[in-house]
Design a protein around this ligand. Structure first.
Ligand SMILES: [Zn+2]
Length: 256
């Protein structure tokens, strides 16, 4: 069984005590790589330390999360840019828009999004998009950049089939995680109709643990539960789901 966790924040305090066991459990179920999106300037050091401890296995990305976009976002993006010019990263991210938690800095979020799209184009990297309550807005935001060749993934996709198709038409992938396993997640109809070539698996650890671990701390080994759910919805072999989605992740991201 081959699996890739395309989105996990395993450098956060939630993993401080047992990160080595977490990695061991991921390897046991077949996880080949764990891609780590950055959050903001406070998370960079612990993320890079983990990447250094597990080279080629825990792979870092560089970006500014929309929920960390505040008044000082330009200063934070300057730091992101500095890192992008001196070290290799798998992608720019995570970045995006979030109208769920706080709308105060929405204009700044959009500005930070555009700046990071430019950085990704400049460094020939894909992007990892977070959008919550803002899928349509974000599809519009990314359009001029996808027309210039930018690709990436809409991580933790929870939208409709129509939105999924618009994203795919722009050359972007869909990231499916714990929500795909939730009883009321409503994603079966999307999974059934979208080609596997456009799907990547993720956990978003430590958040959004899949059923039956919903509510607990999430970890990369649980990406297997997501692959099993997709296999069940499509009535296909779980090994095949793992293989195709892992290939999609490895092809999209830059591997150091
Ligand atoms: Zn995330």
């Amino acid at each position: 069984m081959i699996l890739v966790d395309s989105h996990a924040h395993i450098y956060t305090k939630e993993f401080k005590e047992d990160i080595d066991d977490v990695i061991e459990r991921a390897k046991e179920v077949g996880v080949e790589k764990i891609y780590m999106p950055n959050i903001d300037h406070e998370s960079i050091e612990s993320m890079l330390n983990l990447a250094q401890k597990y080279p080629g296995y825990c792979i870092p990305m560089m970006g500014l999360h929309p929920c960390s976009v505040e008044k000082d976002f330009e200063k934070q993006l300057y730091e992101v840019e500095e890192y992008l010019s001196k070290e290799p990263f798998a992608a720019v991210g995570e970045m995006g828009t979030d109208l769920y938690w706080d709308k105060t800095f929405y204009e700044q979020q959009k500005e930070a999004f555009k700046i990071q799209c430019e950085l990704a184009l400049k460094h020939k990297l894909p992007i990892v998009i977070h959008c919550r309550e803002s899928i349509d807005e974000t599809i519009e935001l990314v359009k001029p950049f996808s027309e210039r060749g930018l690709t990436g993934v809409f991580h933790c996709f929870t939208g409709s089939l129509d939105q999924a198709n618009q994203i795919i038409q722009q050359g972007f992938k869909l990231g499916f995680g714990g929500v795909a396993t939730f009883k009321n997640g409503g994603l079966e109809s999307v999974i059934e109709k979208v080609s596997l070539e456009h799907i990547m698996l993720e956990t978003d650890s430590p958040y959004l643990a899949p059923t039956p671990n919903r509510g607990k701390r999430n970890e990369p080994a649980y990406v297997k539960l997501v692959s099993e759910k997709i296999a069940a919805v499509l009535d296909r072999d779980v090994e095949e789901i793992g293989e195709i989605t892992s290939r999609n992740s490895k092809n999209l991201f830059i591997n150091p």
